[in-house]
Unconditional design. Sequence first.
Lengths: 164, 342
Amino acid sequence: MSQKMCESCGAHPATVHYRETVNGVTNQRYLCAECARKEGIGTSGIFSEDWMKPFSLFAPKTVGQKESEVCPVCQTSLSRIRREGKFGCSACYDAFASRLDMTPFVGGGYRGGRLGKPEAPKAKPEEKKDSVSDLKKQLQEAVKAENYELAAILRDRIRGEEAK
Amino acid sequence: MYWYEKKPEEGGIVLSTRVRFARNLEGIPFPAELKEEERGKVFSRIREAFSEKDPMAVDFGETDDRVKEAYVQTHLASAALAKGGKGTGLLLSREGDVSVMVNEEDHLRLQVILTGKAIRPAFEKAMEWMQVGEKALDFAYRDGLGYLTRCPTNLGAAMRISVMAHLPAIVATGSMNAMIRRLNDAGFTVRGLFGEGSRGGGNIFQISNQMSRDKTPEIIVESFSKVVTQVEEWERGAKEALLKDASLDLEDRVFRALGILKYAKKMSYQEFISLYSDLRFGREAQMALPAETEQLDRLLIDLMPAPMLLRDGSLGEADARDAARAKALREALKERRKEDAS
């Protein structure tokens, strides 16, 4: 019986068999360890703390989606966040939260508000604001990913921007 | 004075209370993504922000390993922080009750540790400092997600409360695993502090809340207080059950522990906390122990390896420490006449 070779690079034996079924559609890949790692497939040990559930928080939500985007502030890639389960900076959340399933076991939305309000409103330094069209694009993606919580937040921001 | 230098209230099973908040600065990469120089800038900024509190700043890039290890063993720094170099470090309050870890997993991790059971006071102290930070710094926060942290499981209030509790009777009656399960179901975790995994060396355990994004600080404090009260009640009930059946055996065990601590010539830390636990059980069960036994609480930390080495550089070898430890205990437990007792 001949050894199957990696579908991606064709150079190494396919030691990783990845199968995913989304909405009734099954996708199978045969990859070598290196290519599997690059695609963020088959890695484990992301969550070592004993009180975390043993499944990946960031399982890919759509099949075959290219994940070459990086955070504009810290250059951390989306696939690295998926693999390691950790974010690189606050902007990563803005850039990628709509593409990641943030709901499992971390509870519902936080409604605590900031603890203690500053005396006078602080003058915010050149705040990089997303344009309305960017927000609308993010909203579309959030809805497609069924992340309605984030969609609601984005919708409110769009309304806020358009009201100005 | 640090938390372990004060005497907790008598009869209580809670040795210390800790409240911790994690925060990050908006727009700045988390510590793991920063270069040494940039971490240094973050350290300065945070130090500046808390200047009104006049804390002592400790840059771990310029600190001796022995000192760092001592901070870890006295619970003022985490093992992860100790691995950091320049730009990571601590801000310590003058009173010794607040320690701010800078550039550990998050830019800022503030913790308040108080002696004994002091949930509300620890929470209020932590909030006092957090409000100073909130005014002077721009903490990364998003509606719905709460305060942003490197690890998404810490999102929300990014607050953890814990107590160190002495639970000898729950262990002795074989109820510890059941207690751990009950607490896990209610959203709390239990782990042994001085032993392996869930076995507690010295029967000392840390009970803390599980991180949950939707819980506000008030809710966490309230539910945690209820749980601690319940655990105290379980321990009291278990002690009662034990004493009813075997009070002479238990008394014997307590007073033998006193005997060994008073006269031994060498003592490992493991043996010390085991005997300390027996003695403490006797105090909590209100046995007629001499007054000197009330001075041992701070030794739980003082007699750990790193603090000992810090005080006396000649105690590099375990044997030397074991002898010095036994000597310190003999001194502490020397009989005092009523007039001498302070």
